[in-house]
Design a protein around this ligand. Structure first.
Ligand code: CA
Length: 222
């Protein structure tokens, strides 16, 4: 899962990126409204954290632009503007959630988890597939009752696939959602990651669809 943070306060953006990284997300940071809007249009994000008071372009106008273009990624507004009128304007501008500063980092992460869950049509924070359970509240992966240790990239890959069960996911799509902008892209890495997941969990969990990509097989857990 990959998140865009648009925030001009570098102290806040660094803290937010650090805690999101620890929670298992790939994170891109933008410090102004123009660059942030462009990233939202050109890259694939599973959620966006958007400040309102931004250089170059106001956050609310960034959000309205995205929504007018039909972009549907969940957006959480994180701002010092904290009156009920601001909140209403943000939500009616197309935001999915609103958090005012000062805020607790853990609350922000929990809200992002919930937004991503809902946008994948899931309600339970524990996502199940076959013999595997992924607890999005603490990043634990459990196989038949036992905790399995995954690397950050393995976790992101599994988490993205668990959130998109029943759909074939191409290598390109996976690449876009598990790496941040600065990562050197190499699609061979995806094959390696998938094979490591099969080894650490079980081989039948991830099916290959030749020429198309991968799909989780959640059936037949016996
Ligand atoms: Ca600001």
């Amino acid at each position: 899962m990959r998140i865009l943070v648009i925030e001009d306060d570098k102290n806040i953006s660094r803290q937010v990126a650090t805690i999101l990284g620890k929670a298992g997300y790939a994170v891109d940071i933008s410090h102004d409204g123009e660059d942030g809007q462009y990233l939202g249009e050109s890259e694939s994000y599973d959620a966006v954290i958007l400040d309102l008071g931004l250089p170059m372009r106001d956050g609310l106008s960034v959000l309205r632009n995205w929504r007018q273009q039909g972009l549907t990624m969940p957006v959480l507004i994180l701002t010092a503007r904290s009156t009920w009128r601001d909140t209403v304007a943000g939500l009616r501008g197309g935001a999915d959630d609103y958090l005012s500063k000062p805020f607790e980092l853990e609350e922000l992460v929990a809200r992002i988890e919930a937004l991503i869950r809902r946008s994948s049509g899931l309600a339970n924070p524990i996502i199940k597939c076959g013999k595997v359970e992924l607890d999005t509240s603490n990043g634990q992966v459990i196989l038949s009752g036992e905790v399995r240790e995954l690397t950050a990239l393995e976790y992101r890959t599994l988490s993205y696939m668990m959130h998109h069960q029943g759909t074939i996911i191409s290598k390109t799509e996976l690449t876009e959602h598990i790496y941040d902008q600065d990562f050197d892209l190499d699609s061979n890495v995806i094959e390696v990651l998938i094979n490591r997941l099969r080894k650490k969990l079980y081989p039948e969990l991830v099916k290959t669809r030749r020429g198309l990509g991968y799909i989780l097989d959640c059936g037949d857990v016996s």
